[in-house]
Design a protein around this ligand. Structure first.
Ligand code: SAH
Ligand code: SF4
Ligand code: F3S
Length: 474
């Protein structure tokens, strides 16, 4: 019997404050690092760049913090809770630090960038603080810290994309991988700390993106997710001149690597996803029918305060356009409950736009004021916590209903599924996803199948989180 929570690891890793597992460690390194990642997929992708830089320095990855010479936390600042989780984790490492002479502890990522050297004052056991654009300097920083000094580099860059660094895939299933295509963000959503922690937007050379995707495909990977805070504003102009490559063209190039390589992307800001992107998706069946289109709020008034630059009507028209060009496309969202000044009527508008958009899935949060953001400087965080939480609960309850309705509509349908591995709950079943990013679980009734294979699966039943099916054999 399957339960509601089957195989949600992908969902948990997107922007939950979660733990990054490791690839098996070849026993050929005499020094080891242990890394944990929190926050969004970008951070998980960055940890793989860091692993590559460290490996070049003779550090191997370990799954056991007590076997490490260097412990790294790649941190997130998006909500206060994300920062609290990291601080708690740091306290847990105190004992290890006391026991092991020479053990270095480093903080990477957005929290490092936000707090800079203040971190060292607040958390005495931390030796190294490195922002997201300074990972190339890690070897020097480690050396400095090794001599007993504190080491900090939080410089942001306008150019860094780590384009030439081949990420070391940590905890990979060997089937799907993240490929970072841009960094930073030029939007100024008033609630959001990312522009401050990640700096200006810049796009990575399309040739290096293509080379990385091709390499992954040749190594047996069957799915790449192109990552950026706002992928639809990707544009790269070659130094040698020539015209800029935009997102639709990049998608097309990656899609042409092989019909057997699935392409996903995240995140799309509703204001930037173009018809050209939608038409490109329609032309290539291997570009997955799934768009993450964060709405944040359904109220035009709140959207304006959030500086999202679209109205409720505009967003709905975008959803219509997606449904028109890609009738079988899955759509998911991010929603914030209780932003500054939000009234009950605004909240009802959010519930209403969720119904209209018929989201298959949403990431839902209550507003958490972040220091330095436009909202923190301009507006009072005036919705009481109890109301924020009550509204969030209603949003979650509605999303659960919508997910169940969406899943029920799939009963009886047959989907092409890419096998990702064993079902978490039951080793006698496979787990994979369809193009719409829905998780399917189905018994291993046909011998000889392996992860990375495509199969046809008929949906027999569902829960709100999972489609349960059976293999279709001719
Ligand atoms: N670049 C992506 C989102 C990055 S952050 C985009 O534009 O959609 C992921 C999500 O966290 C956001 O979509 C938003 O819903 C949520 N979030 C960001 N700042 C927040 C805050 N201060 N409080 C609560 N949720 C927040
Ligand atoms: Fe934050 Fe907005 Fe940029 Fe997304 S688009 S990272 S929500 S500022
Ligand atoms: Fe968090 Fe930074 Fe990502 S704040 S959500 S890790 S860009």
């Amino acid at each position: 019997m399957h339960t509601l929570t089957t195989d949600k690891q992908h969902d948990e890793s997107r922007q939950g404050e979660s733990f990054a597992p490791f690839a098996a460690d070849p026993n050929r390194y005499d020094r080891h690092f242990y890394i944990e990642s929190y926050g969004c997929q970008m951070n998980f992708a960055d940890s793989e760049v860091v692993a590559s830089i460290l490996q070049d320095q003779g550090y191997g990855a370990t799954r056991q913090p007590d076997q490490a010479d260097l412990i790294l936390l790649n941190t997130c600042s998006i909500r206060e809770k994300a920062e609290q989780t990291v601080r708690k984790r740091l306290t847990e490492f105190k004992q290890l630090k006391r026991e092991k002479k020479g053990l270095l502890i480093g903080v990477l990522g957005c929290m490092a960038e936000r707090l800079k050297s203040k971190f060292l004052e607040e958390e005495r056991l931390v030796d190294i603080v490195v922002g997201p654009d300074a990972y190339r300097t890690l070897p020097q920083l480690i050396e400095e810290a090794g001599t007993g000094q504190k080491a900090v580099n939080v410089l942001l860059s306008r150019e860094e994309t780590y384009a030439d660094i081949a990420p070391v895939r940590l905890g990979s299933n060997g089937v799907s991988a993240f490929v970072s295509i841009m960094r930073g963000c030029n939007n100024m959503c008033s609630f959001c700390v990312v522009p401050f922690t990640r700096g200006r937007e810049r796009s990575r050379d399309d040739r290096s993106i293509l080379a990385e995707c091709l390499d992954l495909f040749q190594k047996g990977y069957r799915e790449v997710t192109l990552l950026g805070q706002n992928v639809d504003s990707y544009h790269f102009t070659p130094e040698s001149g020539g015209s800029a490559v935009h997102f639709a063209a990049l998608l097309e190039q990656v899609a042409r690597i092989s019909p057997l390589l699935r392409i996903r992307f995240s995140t799309s800001h509703p204001k930037d996803i173009t018809d050209e992107v939608l038409h490109t998706m329609a032309r290539y069946p291997n570009i997955c029918r799934y768009i993450h289109l964060p709405v944040q709020s359904g109220s035009s008034r709140v959207l304006q305060l959030m500086n999202r630059t679209y109205t409720r009507e505009w967003y709905k028209a975008k959803v219509d356009r997606i449904r028109e060009i890609l009738p079988d496309c899955g759509i998911s969202s991010d929603i914030i409950a209780g932003f500054c000044t939000e009234t009950e009527a605004d909240h009802q508008d959010t519930l209403d736009i969720m119904q209209y958009s018929r989201y298959d899935f949403s990431y839902m949060f209550f507003y958490s004021e972040r220091p330095g953001t436009l909202a923190q400087r301009r507006y009072a965080d005036d919705v009481p916590e109890s109301i924020k939480k009550a509204r969030l609960q209603q949003i979650v309850a509605l999303q659960n209903e919508l997910s169940l309705i969406s899943n029920r509509q799939d009963i009886g349908k047959v989907f092409e599924v890419l096998i990702e591995g064993d079902s978490k709950r039951d080793e006698q079943s496979w787990m994979g996803r369809n193009s719409q990013n829905k998780v399917l679980v189905f018994p291993k009734t046909v011998p000889g199948l392996k992860r990375g294979d495509y199969v046809q699966v008929k949906v027999d039943q569902c829960t709100q989180a999972t489609l349960l099916g059976s293999l279709v054999t001719e």
